[in-house]
Design a protein around this ligand. Structure first.
Ligand SMILES: NC(=O)c1ccc[n+]([C@@H]2O[C@H](COP(=O)([O-])OP(=O)(O)OC[C@H]3O[C@@H](n4cnc5c(N)ncnc54)[C@H](OP(=O)(O)O)[C@@H]3O)[C@@H](O)[C@H]2O)c1
Length: 293
């Protein structure tokens, strides 16, 4: 018998992650703030053992392993400590994995609350995007104890390509914020370079060709450059979430009394595009900064 997984958060990432758990034969109880998404997932996966939870507390109470993946720190606090929050429902001896990207400080607050309840906790944010979530090829950056991770591995492995244990609670979030900072800066730099060459009369495609054969070659060129060249930004990793992650990284830097000048500059650019966008674009839409000026 596989352990029952409670799964909270059926967004762009959570939905495919949850499907992979079901396909691997885990019984799953799902809960999402917008209930239609939960019902849709249950309907589409009726051949598997999927149940719809009434609220976060009841979902956690039914779980041997609880997984959450929601937008940001306020969303996670709401799910855990809001009305009928999941924290109240978590059973002694169970395991709780949070895969949202939040602050290391919030991860440590959750870790302390879990310890009090006799629950094993891992902060386990992910990278790999919606594509990685669909393929079950995410990279998990984990903070917590090795024994807790060993217990969680069978469930995590249905969604993972690599699982890195990086240190105590909060270490997963710390590395995730640093990693996303590099992605934010790379895509911002690419948008700047494209603005420069196209304004100077050289087609953007020619810049990308050259970059692909240079030391500046990077994964973002394959994934984000085509969107920028077409000026189309369907959300895969939404700009609003990258904006949140740069802010979290800047907060963390402040707590440790260091300055991140490049991150601060990139934040202003993403912030301007977020404020002027009326849709919910991918973070590659940072390129719009130069379109409107
Ligand atoms: N998208 C990516 O490529 C990617 C990659 C790596 C990591 N991440 C991280 O993974 C997390 C989820 O990302 P996503 O792309 O799946 O986001 P998303 O599509 O915006 O989904 C967000 C989820 O959070 C829920 N939520 C938001 N506010 C809530 C609240 N106050 N109470 C309860 N639930 C709430 C939403 O519920 P509703 O359905 O009701 O709105 C939805 O299920 C984020 O922390 C993000 O930074 C994303």
């Amino acid at each position: 018998m596989k352990p029952t997984v409670g799964f909270i958060g059926l967004g762009l990432m959570g939905t495919p992650m949850c499907r992979n758990l079901l396909k691997a034969g885990f019984p799953v109880v799902v809960w999402n703030r917008t209930r239609e998404k939960t019902e849709e997932l249950a309907r589409e996966n009726a051949q598997f053992d999927v149940k719809v939870g009434t609220n976060p507390r009841e979902t956690a109470a039914k779980a041997d392993v609880l997984i959450t993946i929601v937008s940001d720190p306020p969303a996670l606090e709401e799910v855990l400590w809001g009305r009928d929050g999941a924290m109240e429902g978590l059973r002694r001896g169970s395991t709780y994995i949070d895969s949202s990207t939040v602050s290391p400080a919030l991860a440590r607050k959750i870790g302390a609350a879990c310890t009090e309840r006799g629950v094993g906790f891992l902060d386990a944010p992910v990278t790999g995007g919606t594509w990685g979530a669909e393929k079950g090829e995410l990279v998990f950056m984990v903070g917590g104890e090795k024994e807790v991770l060993e217990r969680a591995k069978p469930a995590l492995q249905t969604m993972a390509k690599h699982i890195f244990l990086l240190g105590p609670t909060g270490a997963g979030q710390t590395v995730k914020l640093a990693m996303n900072l590099i992605l934010a800066l790379q895509v911002d730099a690419l948008a700047e370079a494209l603005a420069l060459v196209t304004t100077a009369g050289v087609p953007g495609e020619r810049l990308i060709e050259v970059l692909q054969s240079s030391m500046a070659r990077a994964g973002v060129l394959d994934v984000k450059a085509p969107l920028m060249l077409k000026n189309e930004f369907p959300p895969s990793f939404p700009l609003r979430l990258m904006h949140k992650d740069i802010a979290l990284a800047l907060d963390l830097a402040k707590q440790h009394a260091i300055t991140l000048p490049a991150a601060a500059a990139a934040y202003s650019t993403y912030d301007a595009v977020k404020k002027s966008s009326t849709d919910d674009p991918d973070f590659a839409a940072v390129a719009r900064f130069w379109k409107k000026s």
